[in-house]
Design a protein around this ligand. Structure first.
Ligand code: NAP
Length: 523
């Protein structure tokens, strides 16, 4: 890729570049230009038509198992060439550990979907969701719910900058298995990573033409092409989500829009924990990990850390000591554990949000304006120190301000009965953790806060060794959250495939319905 070239998009069977200057994307570490992103002049309507008329019929001709086989080939191709994606991810500030979460997390998720589909879906094109439901006295008439691939439907995915590979794969895999062609629109700051991943998948030769297209840059007019057979999976800020929700495609034509937005996720240390209990150490480790992996640019990262008031000082000390050991700098440089934010604009946004949080309490670790950096120039790269704030849970800012970086707020609670109401002030979150070995406390918090959360981790000495951690969504389990988190649902095993299929209640005789479900019918 030429340093100043426009990043190509893949539309209607060929790589094409938008025109004009485009948006400049800079290296997060050095500040050098990586590429320019523009979709000006690209025929997006033609891409939708291509997906409907070429991609959709090609996929519809295959069974769930055949499509799952394609997804497996894509995942293996990405796995074989993951070094290329790691190299590009480093330009976005990601350490090898960060790139692993995105890249290996992405193809790993696709492999899980492929396996689940081959085990849990028929080698056919229709899913019968239930057995015969009798609706007459004699049993000759009833109904069944059949799931079918939308005719000519298109899945459009609009992704956030922080997971260019995982964010794409967790949407792409279930849509392809469902038989729906995809148009991917990556976020501009990391579009060059998504573009390479798409290139690798196309080069694998596994995909039928029209099954995967890519638009780098904005997508004016795309929603005008979409309607009731189509699906948009959006991940990003609540502000952009609100705009998309108001589009006529959604309000008038019933376009299915799934929103994964931002979230002020919490982790709660139980009142049973003391500095010498395993749960205390697990809580602090989880907090520090969530603050520093991907420099805190994870939608699931712990933004609010609730601790018993009696342990506030001990937690502050332990977390500060651990954060003090985190070396910040260029990915790959000696000892570096935390890389850069995606860009200096993002860093400035995070600094401003951290200032608002600090104004509601006090900064107990880090300096928003200064950070020691290894292997890079601190002024040219988008580096930021981890920042830990301590605040009264009655303040508004910790429950409203998302600092999308290595920032978290400690909130002391005096009475365990206050925990659920404090959690609810986040207005709906993707992920929560309860770190406790006290069954009564765990029950009270999990059941009390469940309706405000998409996922809750109960972390204790019994499961810690195998736990996947607070911030990692697993493809087998639902990812999403109510309220502020967007109200959407992704992953969750085969639920994600079903979300792309159309459910129709079909009525008739048991024989007719069994025949439609693809089951053996006695002659
Ligand atoms: P963003 O600014 O809302 O952008 C998200 C995506 O929307 C980008 O691809 C962006 O493209 C696109 N977009 C912007 N305006 C649009 C419009 N008018 N029409 C169609 N698309 C439009 O969010 P971000 O800064 O990339 O991501 C950070 C946010 O995402 C954080 O708040 C984070 O919490 C959230 N997030 C949530 C999840 C989750 O699973 N819930 C996961 C990751 C991130 P351009 O980049 O080209 O503008």
């Amino acid at each position: 890729m030429n340093d100043t070239a426009i990043l190509p998009s893949y539309l209607v069977g060929s790589w094409q570049s938008g025109t004009g200057d485009g948006a400049e994307v800079k290296d997060a570490v050095t500040g050098e230009t990586v590429c320019r992103v523009s979709s000006a002049g690209l025929d997006i309507a033609a891409a939708v038509e291509h997906a409907r008329t070429v991609g959709a019929p090609a996929l519809a001709a295959l069974t769930f198992h055949e499509r799952a086989g394609i997804v497996k080939q894509l995942a293996l191709a990405l796995s074989e060439r993951k070094a290329e994606l790691y190299e590009l991810s480093a330009r976005a500030g990601a350490t090898a550990r960060d790139a692993g979460v995105d890249v290996d997390g992405g193809f790993g998720t696709a492999l899980v979907f492929s396996s689940l589909a081959r085990k849990g879906l028929p080698d056919a094109t229709v899913v019968a969701e239930d057995e015969f439901i009798g609706l007459g006295k004699e049993g000759s008439f009833g109904g069944r719910h059949l799931l079918t691939t939308p005719r000519g439907g298109v899945a459009v995915q609009i992704n956030a900058f922080n997971f260019p590979v995982w964010g794409m794969l967790e949407k792409l895999a279930p849509a392809l298995i469902a038989g729906v062609p995809n148009i991917v629109k990556p976020a501009t700051p990391t579009a060059y990573i998504a573009q390479r991943a798409v290139e690798i998948m196309l080069e694998s030769g596994a995909l039928p033409e029209g099954a995967l297209q890519l638009v780098c840059g904005s997508i004016p007019g795309l929603f005008d092409q979409l309607g009731g057979q189509d699906h948009v999976g959006f991940t990003g800020s609540a502000a952009t989500a609100a705009r998309l929700r108001g589009d006529a495609a959604v309000t008038q034509r019933s376009l299915h829009l799934n929103v994964e937005a931002d979230s002020l996720n919490a982790s709660v240390l139980g009142p049973d924990a003391t500095p010498d209990s395993p749960e205390f150490g697990l809580f602090v480790k989880g907090l520090v990990t969530e603050m520093t992996v991907k420099a805190g640019q994870k939608c699931t990262a712990i933004r609010r850390a609730l601790v018993p008031a009696a342990q506030l000082e001990a937690v502050t000390e332990a977390a500060s000591a651990a954060l003090g050991k985190v070396v910040v700098g260029a990915p790959g440089a000696e000892g570096v554990r935390m890389g850069a934010l995606v860009g200096t604009e993002q860093r400035d946004d995070v600094r401003a949000a951290a200032d608002r949080l600090a104004a509601a309490g006090r900064l107990v670790f880090g300096d928003p304006q200064q950070v020691a950096v290894v292997g890079a120039d601190a002024d040219r790269g988008a580096f930021l120190s981890p920042l830990l704030i301590s605040a009264d849970p009655q303040q508004v800012a910790p429950h409203e301000v998302e600092a999308f970086g290595p920032v978290s707020t400690l909130l002391p609670y005096a009475d365990p009965a206050d925990v659920v109401p404090i959690l609810a002030r986040g207005q709906g979150s993707l992920a929560g953790s309860v770190v406790s070995h006290d069954p009564d406390f765990v029950r009270e918090v999990v059941l009390g806060a469940a309706s405000h959360h998409g996922r809750i981790l109960v972390l204790d000495r019994d499961c810690a060794a195998e736990s996947t951690g607070h911030g990692i969504p697993m493809p087998q389990l639902v990812h999403g959250g109510p309220g502020r988190a967007g109200g959407g649902e992704e992953e969750g095993g085969l639920r994600a495939v079903h979300a792309h299929l159309h459910r129709t209640a079909v009525q008739g005789s048991p024989t007719a319905l069994a025949m439609l479900a693809g089951e053996d019918v006695p002659a």
